[in-house]
Design a protein around this ligand. Structure first.
Ligand code: ZN
Length: 126
């Protein structure tokens, strides 16, 4: 009995070692990161709509990432910074929600900023 158990345990170990060679897809990490960011932005950007025409908005709870992928798909990747005082510190560009606007499928609610200006822009939001 004991001998048999030892052998089978060793067999199991060998199997798990063989499995360890396979690469795990790191999607869980990315998913978590997205959720964290989404929660953070939802809270941050809960501001009332002002300006910008026609409130024909049906997808009320549209996510930050849904909007951003829509912006990218429709208007292309953000490739410049609209801040006139940009220090050109970053070459990563994002669509940035303008102050006083909320996340909607409207181009005019967003502006293009580099990562550096985006952080500064967000910091001064009150
Ligand atoms: Zn900039």
């Amino acid at each position: 009995m004991e001998k048999g158990q030892k052998v089978s345990r060793k067999g199991l170990e060998n199997m798990s070692l063989a499995h360890r060679g396979k690469k795990h897809l790191e999607t869980t990490k990315q998913k978590l990161r997205k959720i964290v960011k989404q929660k953070w932005t939802d809270k941050k950007y809960r501001v009332s709509l002002s300006g910008c025409n026609s409130p024909n908005w049906k997808e009320k709870n549209i996510g930050y990432w849904a909007i951003h992928s829509w912006l990218k798909k429709t208007f292309g990747k953000a490739n410049k910074c609209t801040n006139l005082n940009c220090k050109k510190k970053s070459k990563i560009y994002d669509y940035c929600l303008r102050k006083g606007f909320k996340h909607e499928r409207k181009r005019c609610n967003y502006t293009r900023l580099c990562r550096s200006c985006h952080i500064i822009y967000d910091r001064y939001e009150k």
